[in-house]
Structure formats: C-alpha cells, structure tokens
Design a binder for this molecule. Sequence first.
Ligand code: WTA
Length: 645
Amino acid sequence: MTGTIQKNHASIFGTTLNQETYQHLYQQSIEQPELFWAQQAERFITWFKTWHAVNASDFNKGEIKWFQNAKLNVCYNCVDRHLPVKALQPAIFWEGDNANRRQTITYQMLYERVCRFANVLKSLGISKGDRVCLYLPMIPEAVIAMLACARIGAIHSVVFAGFSPHALAERITDAGCKYVITADEAIRGAKSVPLKKNVDEALLQAKVRKVIVIKNSGASIPMLLPRDVWYHEISRQASLECEPEWMDAEDPLFILYTSGSTGKPKGVVHTSGGYLLYAAMTHRFAFDYQPQDVYWCTADIGWITGHSYGVYGPLANAATTVMYEGVLTAPDPSLVWKIVDRYQISIFYTAPTAIRSLMAFGDSPLSKSKRDSLRILGTVGEPINPEAWRWYHDKVGHGKCWIVDTWWQTETGGVMLAPFPKVGNQKPGAACLPFFGIKPIIVDEQGKEVEKTQKGFLTISQSWPGQVRTIYGNPVRFFKGYFVQYPGKYFTGDGAYQDQEGDYWITGRVDDVINVAGHRLGTAEIESALVLHPAVAEAAVIGIPHAVKGESVYAFVTLVEKQIWQDSLVGELQKEVANMIGKLAVPENIECAPKLPKTRSGKIMRRILRCIVTGELDKIGDVSTLAEPEVLEQLISAHQAKIKS
Ligand code: WTA
C-alpha cells in the first residue's frame, strides 16, 4: 500500500433537503458541475488517492470518464470504513422464504464473511479484472460474494436466478466469465428452483474453470469434480482478513445484462468510483435516508435496483438493510407488512407491479400489521398508476408517507428523476424533478427541444458519475445505442413531457423494449426464441396493458408454408421461450397471423398490432408506409375470428 486513505470525509447528513436546499444544490450542480461533484465525492466516498480530473466525458465520442486516476475500493467503502463506529450495527436483517429462517449480520460479521469469501476467490486463482458470474438466490452470500469480488477487483456479473440455463450460458460466454458462484437451490414461495442443475445445463454450452456452490436448501446435488467446489468446505481454513485491492475509479465494478430494442442482451458496464458515488448519493437524498432508518429495497440482486439500492448505495452509507429470500405475495400476502413491523422499517422501496399484486388481496392482509414505522415509500420500474399510488399512500402508509416514484435505468446507475422527499409536489404517476447534476431535455424527432406540456423523447444533456461506461465487448453498440440519435445527448429510450409546473412525467418506452412485471424485456429476444420452433416463419412481439404486471407479452406468429395452426402450438412456443430466456418472458397470448405488418424497409409496425389487440383501431394512424396495405384488414379479421372462437 503506497497511498494513504483519506479519512476526512465530512458527514453525509449535513444537508437537509427541502425546496430551498434542493434548488440551491441543483443550480450549483448544473452551473458548476466539477466543483459540485468534487465536493460530493469527498463527502460520500473514502478515497485512497485523489483524482486528476473530475469529469473528462465527451458525449460526442460516447466517452464517459469520471475521477480519473483516483483510487478506491468499493468494498472498503461499504464495509471496512464503518467498523470504527458501526461494527455492532446490523448491516443486513435477512429473512428466509416465508420468514422461516432468519439472520442478523452486523458490519463486523459482514467484514469477516466478505474477507473470507474474498480469500476463497483468491485461492481459486481469481484476481483483478477477472469476470465472475453470480447466479444466486436472495441470501446473504449473494451480497457477500458481490462485495468479495469488489474487494479483490474482480468484476461480477449477476444473472437473475429466474433466467434459463440457455440465457445464463449466453451471459457467461459474453462476459468471458471463468468462474460461477451459485447455490444448490433457491427457495421462493415454498417452491425450490434448481440453480445448480441450471448451471450444469448452462455449462454444456459455456466453459468455466470453477463453480463455487453455496449450501442453501441442503438438497443433494451432483458435484462435477474437480470443477465444482462447496463453499462451506473450501472456506473452512480461509482467513478473516483480506487486504482490499485499490482500484482505479474507472476500473469496472460490474457488468449487468439488460435488454435492448434489438439483438442480444447487452452487458452494461459500471465502474468503481462514479457508480459508487452516484448510488450512495441518490440513496441518501432520494429516500431522505437518516442514520436511524431501517431500509428495505425488495428488488432482487439480479437487477440494477438490487445492485444500487439493495447493496452498494445503502452499504456505502452504513445503513441497516433488510433482505428477503421469498416472493412478496406468496404464500402469505400479509408477511411483507409483518416484516416491516418486525424490523421497524422506515423506508420501503418496491415496484408498482408488486404493489398491484399486494393490492389485489384487498386490505385485510394489512390489518395484521401496524406499519407505523414507515416514513418513505419508494417505487421503481414503470409508471405507477394513480389507483396503486393511492393504495400505497393511503392504506400502506396511512396517508403520512412521502411516495418517491423514482425514474431511472440500468444504464443510469441510480435515480435520475423523483419527487424528492420534502421537495416539490406529490402527484400520482409523476417522476417530478431531476437529481443533482441531471439535465433532462425533451426533444422531438429532429432533436429540437419541445415546449412544456408537449410529449417528446427524453434525453440527458450532460454526463453524471453513475452513467454506464460501455456495453461489454461492444463499444460500437454503446455509441450507436445512446449517442447517435441526438448528437451531444444521451438518449434514454423513454418518452416524457413536462407539465405546466415543470414536473416530469414518463410516458413509457419509445423503442421495442417492454416492461413486464417490472422486468425489462427486448421484443427481439422473444421473437428470436419463437422462430426457433420449426412451425414458425416469423414472429412479432408486443406488450399490451395488464392490470397487475403493467404489460404482458403478446406474440403474433406466422407459420411456415403448409403448416396448419393448432392450439397445441401455444404450449410448445411458450416452452421455447421459457427454455431460451426464462419464464419471465413467456408470452401470455400467442396468435397466428396471416402476415405481419411491415414497412417497405421490412420493419415490423408493432403499433398496428398493439391497436388491433387493444381494440383501439381509431388510433392506428398513418399506415401509408405499410408495404402491403391489405395486411391490415387481414390481421383485423383474423384477430376478431380468434376472439370469437
Ligand atoms: C422504466 C430499472 C416510469 C423506463 C431501474 C426505463 C420507469 C426502464 C420508472 C428501465 C418510473 C423505470 N416511471 N418508468 N418510475 N422506472 N421505468 O433498466 O421505461 O430495468 O427506461 O431499470 O424502466 O428499466 P431497467
């Protein structure tokens, strides 16, 4: 160790957010961004070595760089530095599926368990820059493994445990992971998910050196030697001390796959310095986090919300967090509120789809809990409908909690727009105000800024530290995907408008990405799975409104010549999607179409399909670009015949 750890970071609780402080800080963050971010970086992060330049990003080149040459370790920031005063404070309250097992992990325990895990990783030959795939249930070891990777400078790629073996293999191969960390099984809603078996199947298509298996359910599973090792066996002798690796601020911290409008899922790369600062700062301000809070983000660690607000943001701020292995609604929809009471949770963060499914059980599950510890209620993932917003606000929060509807993306690293507590307005469904340093600009198709109240495309005009740095192994896709449509701006893929008072409203994706139960899915991925079936010639997938999931997957397929439609094809095609991606992407409806509506350049006009399914034929609009205009009539009558049958 050659540098010195900067210990002089000022308290992160010095600023109380209100209308005035928000406006003052926001203005400073936009007018003097370098000064603003430098001050915040000193406040929120403990650096081993300071930076040469705060921000050297250039949207015209698609280059994003923050705090260059600075050194830090993310795990040190999330664990070690809290020990002098918080060693005995719980870092994680863990609840097993259906609350049948429980663990309290203090910061001291977290430190020891992370160091031990890190030493195991090192003993297996994993070092700085290696990619490690995590395919894990919501158990403490998932957080510990992420932090252990960060401690030694390995780059984790967490794959949501609901993805199929094929999808897992694709992600292992794309990131070049040579190591996988998994568990025997996950247990969710009293059902087991065979994680190790899925890994075995995935590894028929992708090769790795080692698979580290964590004992969770205790199920007996086959181990392939010498590839597979049990964590509890290999960790027995491992030391509880492990020196952190000092990383460059721009060294990658993790890769996380997300869906785009075309092609395969993309490996979003986030870095050590900028990402951690942004996650910590947004956690502090979006939720008005205070030292006495107990905080529960229900997101799975397989998604960005689980990364930023289940792990990195709260732990960097020395928070006490709650982690739950099971499903929020099953088998007991009152359990989630009982957990709120048990730990006196004050900040609760979930997705609209979860709120709607809990709401579907009515108010009686609420009567078994008090929920009077709640102060802030957050949502993320899709626009929240006013009915769900009111239930959350009036019933769950007894009408006294601030609802923080946070708009952001895997690519943004952290919250970008939100009705920040005690700042501005509370409007059901509005994402309201930009976070510090975020400059949204809503533009029309030509890139011209639209007037207030006009709908347009949401872009961001200056870089922020939590911004995605690249798509792993594909810088060209990165540049083309985000910076080419509107030169000099980051394109979000979402539509938005500002109301008369200046508050932002998100209108949804404007590309071929859909949002099903808070899961982001690319229509192209599902279509590719459907056309693998020998009976299918072409497929078009759309999202249609769904009362609980927000959107559900609806697929149109055309058949190969001489093939006749049979209803049994629905099950076969659903199975194909479950195998290629996972159950989360399975179309609820599959319809046989005579032909697909395409433009002369061959692009499927999904808008037409959506209007046909929702019955909004008057909204189909301009069809002059349809290559074969007669297709429209054919599709409408085929759909009506299907409904009648
Ligand atoms: C959508 C999740 C409206 C949006 C953190 C975005 C939202 C996509 C909201 C990113 C919200 C997320 N209101 N829409 N509060 N939050 N979205 O990458 O379309 O899984 O582009 O990140 O979800 O999904 P992702």
